[in-house]
Design a protein around this ligand. Structure first.
Ligand code: TPP
Ligand code: MG
Length: 345
């Protein structure tokens, strides 16, 4: 099944771009290319025995690049989950910062002690999160509550999860609480149809997650997460509502996970190569490249130059991050206990 990308205005035949300038459209593509390159790099480094673990966001590029474009830097807060490489890049993290995390180096924001792909950055408004599915969602609700409690205007929390995570109790409790208190929060669900080896139909009997919003008493909608422009339009609408006192909502983007769950997973034990190949026809990266060329935003040559530049930046960031030292064993308890207290003393 393929879905169409980007609506055109029927009257003018023009691209519906929700106010995005050419520069912003190019930034969307650059983010998507970077995601793909960094995904690949993580898997390569793992296979070379240089890093213990990597996760891919292949198939989520458009969704994450579009959603990140709806985030207001310096105001909003992002509470992401582990597959959100593109969201983190899109709100301002650099490939070097991403690679410091993958390599678990001391200069990483978490001191090289977090699980890979669990980024955080106070400066970027990126909350630290845990590997426990949905555990970050009550934290995001708390941040949204704080914004409301302090009477701050024009800010909202963007919290994300996969489809499988929406089965967790904390997910439901968080939606209920956010709706009751009309909190400035957007729940973005990245529905890639899998939770490791569990398919969507073994996860929920009603597969349209956005429809749950009505049960909590908030707006919900679904969008085509293979299209970065449509994603931007949907997430921006929800964030604008949350920022201006309109309360929370659930936005669900459809996408697909092209790679195995992680470098520790073999997806060929629960799905076939043929199915994945068929779904690759929807690959958002080449389709968005083609769209920008078709509408004259970029030439083929520009796209090729951007791909090269992304590879150069990724190589450079890889070399710089790899050359950095690991944390010192003596730092083990830094940020764990208050002050200089150590548990064995
Ligand atoms: C509470 C809890 N249960 C199980 C796991 C193991 N686990 C890690 S990722 C994952 C799948 C989550 O799927 P989904 O929310 O759809 O996100 P996706 O990985 O597909 O992006 C599971 C079951 C966990 N980390 N935490
Ligand atoms: Mg999933």
């Amino acid at each position: 099944m393929t879905t169409t990308m980007a609506k055109t205005d029927i009257k003018t035949g023009k691209l519906e771009r929700y106010g995005l300038t050419d520069d912003k459209l190019r930034a969307l593509l650059r983010n998507m290319l970077l995601q793909r390159q960094l995904d690949n790099r993580g898997f390569q480094l793992n296979r070379q025995g240089k890093v213990p673990f990597a996760l891919g966001s292949e198939g989520h590029e458009a969704l994450q690049a579009g959603a990140a474009m709806a985030f207001e830097r310096g105001k909003d807060i992002l509470a992401p989950y582990y597959r959100d490489l593109g969201l983190c890049l899109g709100i301002g993290l650099s490939p070097y910062e991403i690679l410091l995390s993958i390599f678990a180096r001391a200069a990483d924001h978490n001191g090289g002690r977090q699980f890979p792909n669990h980024y955080s950055s106070k400066q970027a408004g990126l909350m630290s999160f845990s590997s426990i599915l949905a555990a970050h969602i009550p934290h995001a609700v708390g941040a949204a509550y704080a914004i409301k409690y302090r009477g701050e205007q024009g800010r909202a929390v963007l919290v994300t999860s996969g489809d499988g995570t929406t089965s967790e109790g904390e997910w439901h409790e968080s939606m209920n609480f956010a709706a009751i208190h009309e909190l400035p929060m957007v729940m973005l669900v990245e529905n890639n149809e899998w939770a490791i080896s569990t398919p969507l139909d073994k996860q929920m009997a009603q597969p349209e997650i956005w429809k749950r919003a009505a049960g909590y008493g908030m707006p919900g909608r679904r969008f085509n997460g293979f299209d970065p422009i449509e994603t931007y339009g949907a997430v921006k609408e929800a964030m604008d509502r949350a920022r201006s006192g309109g309360g929370p909502s659930i936005v669900e983007g459809t996408c697909y996970r092209y790679l195995a769950h992680s470098t520790d997973d073999n997806d060929m034990t629960y799905r076939t190569k043929e199915v994945v190949q068929e779904r690759r026809k929807n690959d958002p990266v080449p389709r968005f490249e083609a769209l920008l060329v078709e509408y004259g935003v970029m030439s083929e040559r520009d796209v090729e130059a951007m791909r090269k530049d992304v590879l150069r930046e990724t190589n450079d960031a890889t070399d710089r991050a790899e050359a950095m030292p690991y944390p010192q064993p003596s730092d083990l308890y830094t940020h764990v206990y208050e002050g200089a207290w150590e548990p064995w003393q």
